[in-house]
Ligand binder design. Structure first.
Ligand code: ZN
Length: 555
């Protein structure tokens, strides 16, 4: 028995030394450390918050399940508690290291006395680091809610949102410590207090990982958000209106007035107020509260997924995106809806954003290898797909309507998607326009124009788009053009243009707003009957299937 006790004490002392190595971050003075522990305990801090305030960075120390072990580590066994009740801080300073942490380090910890030393809600964390939110059943509740949300994930991390009043409380407790020993508990020290969020993750991260059966990873794209709130927060922060009227303005009749307090501005207010001023408005130490924080229903968040492809549009009665006139939908569906509906069913996202490399008018077909597009799927439940699943999605889209056909459906990285908007002006688009002329057509005039090489045209914003585009004159380049006569009054015009060229206006002139235009070149009234986009020359996303554009074109 004697030897057993000796071994126990040696290993216990070893643990204490490790702990002290950690503590040395802000002081090596054991007397001060024990004083701090006593003081924080007196102020109503929980065990983990005490460890935070003595800057312990060892996650395992916070995790210790056995309450008594933490208490013994902190010198909070029954002897110390009794002393804390009788000795004032001043006495502790004068008595020095005979009390507290180290004095107890040598004491036999296993004296069989187990009693709850945490009475009530912690003044520093308002319960976030206490039993209620660190126990197995709470973590199981999280698991149940995550399971219900039906997200696919292979790693996870937790993001915590805490009541801003915790900032005030931490500051208030720091002031108390600063009173004890200003030279030790400096502003620098304050920056080393371990954040509540970190500790919660240290304590619960690995247990939650076990329960969820996937690893915890800070870099995970899947997050479980825990939002802790406290009913007293607004009231507790309201003094800030008077402390820092330059930062906080009272919002009259604003039922969301409390939103005005956030981490950034509360921290700014604290940092800009002197200790003296802060004390005039806020209790040091902070008031004890009867009730802990509540935890809002948890939310899961998965980073957006991007699915790209190219689409053909074979209808002259279909808009690219839903078109509303006076709140009513003008067409039953759109390219966007035909593509996104099956995609949303597969990915189970909360929302989506469709973008494409330019757009065609309702009455313009999109032929050739199609127009590149990407769909940003926000908060997707499903994130990994086999080649077969993506092919099935492609078939589902293609089966839903003959008007829209897609190809090269693939998951792409977010960084790649900027290519759609980058260099928008430089992209080249090829068109076929069926044109009509009032007088007999003389295509040689067009050939003569084509021989000049590229032609720059000046386009004043077309009348038809004036409602959504600012009035300006834009220069656009027609890289090449050629004409093929059909009969005396009809011909096909083939053009290759800079992106953003208004082809219809180039043909009919838009009442002289586009110069030169085909009418002026041919010397007769000219109009456009049909327009097809034959190619959007952007080599993205990568081609997955053999080019079947020739079959797709339906002249
Ligand atoms: Zn606490």
């Amino acid at each position: 028995m004697f030897w057993f006790r000796c071994i126990f004490l040696v290993s216990y002392r070893f643990k204490m030394e490790l702990l002290l190595d950690e503590i040395k971050l802000f002081t090596t003075d054991e007397k001060i450390i024990s004083l701090v522990i006593e003081k924080l305990r007196e102020c109503g801090c929980c065990k983990r918050c005490i460890l935070r305030f003595i800057c312990i960075k060892d996650a395992q120390t916070y995790r210790v399940v056995d309450d008594q072990r933490i208490e013994t580590l902190l010198g909070l066994d029954s002897d110390v508690s009794a002393r804390a009740r009788t000795a004032s801080s001043e006495e502790l300073i004068s008595n020095g290291s005979q009390n507290g942490l180290l004095a107890n380090a040598g004491a036999e910890p296993d004296d069989g006395v187990t009693q709850s030393k945490e009475l009530g809600v912690c003044t520093a964390c308002l319960g976030v680091l206490q039993e209620q939110y660190c126990k197995q059943s709470f973590l199981e509740e999280i698991r149940d809610m995550v399971t219900k949300e039906d997200f696919q994930f292979s790693v996870f991390f937790c993001s915590l949102s805490l009541p801003v009043s915790l900032l005030l409380r931490e500051h208030s407790l720091w002031i108390i410590l600063n009173d004890l020993q200003p030279s030790v508990f400096t502003e620098d020290y304050r920056n080393n207090i371990i954040p509540v969020k970190d500790v919660w993750k240290w304590v619960n991260g690995s247990s939650l990982a076990n329960i969820l059966n996937v690893p915890f990873d800070q870099k995970s794209s899947f997050a479980i958000s825990l939002t802790f709130v406290h009913t007293n927060t607004e009231k507790e922060c309201s003094f800030l209106y008077d402390l820092k009227p330059d930062i906080f303005r009272k919002r009259k009749n604003n039922r969301h007035g409390w939103d005005v307090f956030n981490q950034t501005n509360v921290l700014k207010a604290i940092q800009n107020a002197t200790i003296k001023k802060f004390r005039q408005f806020y209790n040091c130490p902070p008031k004890k509260l009867l009730y802990p924080c509540d935890c809002d229903p948890i939310k899961c968040h998965q980073e957006a997924l991007f699915i790209a492809g190219r689409y053909n549009k074979y209808s002259r009665h279909l808009s690219q995106t839903p078109w509303f006139v006076d709140g009513a939908k003008k067409f039953e569906t759109s390219v966007e809806e035909l593509i996104c509906t099956p995609m949303m069913q597969l990915v189970k996202a909360s929302d989506k954003k469709f973008s494409a490399s330019g757009r065609e008018d309702v009455d313009v077909r999109m032929l050739g290898t199609g127009r590149p597009f990407v769909v940003e799927l926000i908060n997707p439940r499903r994130v990994s797909f086999t080649v077969q699943q993506l092919l099935t999605l492609q078939m589902a889209i293609n089966d839903s309507s003959p008007d829209v056909q897609v190809r090269d459906i693939q998951v792409v990285a977010k960084e790649e998607t900027s290519i759609l908007k980058e260099g928008e002006e430089e992209k080249i688009k090829r068109y076929r326009a069926l044109c009509w002329t009032k007088d007999d057509v003389d295509v040689e005039r067009i050939d003569a124009l084509a021989k000049q090489g590229s032609v720059t045209i000046h386009q004043k914003t077309p009348i038809r788009v004036l409602h959504r585009r600012t009035l300006a004159v834009r220069d656009r380049v027609i890289h090449s053009l050629s004409a093929k006569k059909i009969d005396d009054h009809h011909f096909n015009l083939f053009l290759s243009t800079q992106a953003g060229t208004y082809v219809k206006e180039f043909v009919h002139g838009d009442f002289g707003r586009t110069v030169p235009n085909l009418g002026t070149v041919l010397g007769t009234d000219c109009d456009i009957l049909e327009l097809d986009v034959e190619a959007v020359e952007l080599d993205w996303p990568k081609a997955l299937q053999p080019d079947d554009s020739k079959e797709a074109v339906d002249p």
